[in-house]
Write a protein that binds this ligand. Sequence first.
Ligand code: ZN
Length: 148
Amino acid sequence: MEKGISPDFLGQEQTSHLTYLTWDFALFENEADKQLLNKDLVCAACGHPVTKVSDKIDVRGRHAYRFTNLGYPIQLGCYGNASGSIGTGRISNGYSWFRGYAWEIQLCNHCYTQVGWKYMNAETHFYGLVFKMLREADPKEPDVGETE
Ligand SMILES: [Zn+2]
């Protein structure tokens, strides 16, 4: 069963837990930038990796947007990929925050809490994920089998 975004969860301040939003990325490759870009953005409800900082993109010149959802302010970021999320299969061409895009509710594919929306049109698609539904985390080491 899918769980929506609880209005109780949304306040005026929705971004300070994500350090990458204010990080000053350098023009040249460096270790600190690389570490931050490599971080997972995990589901706030269960810790499952949903996307990565390096998957952040700008849409129409911006990464972060602020909208009103059912009367509550909601802040979200745009990502080119969100491999840890799954669509509900109900695609809407109704009112869209991003004009020209249809949208589909996206859930964490582990605990089915809503993490945002997928936006799509004939040419392209991207994910709009709610900052409050994400946490930064170091990627887990890949499981290495027991060595004899
Ligand atoms: Zn989850």
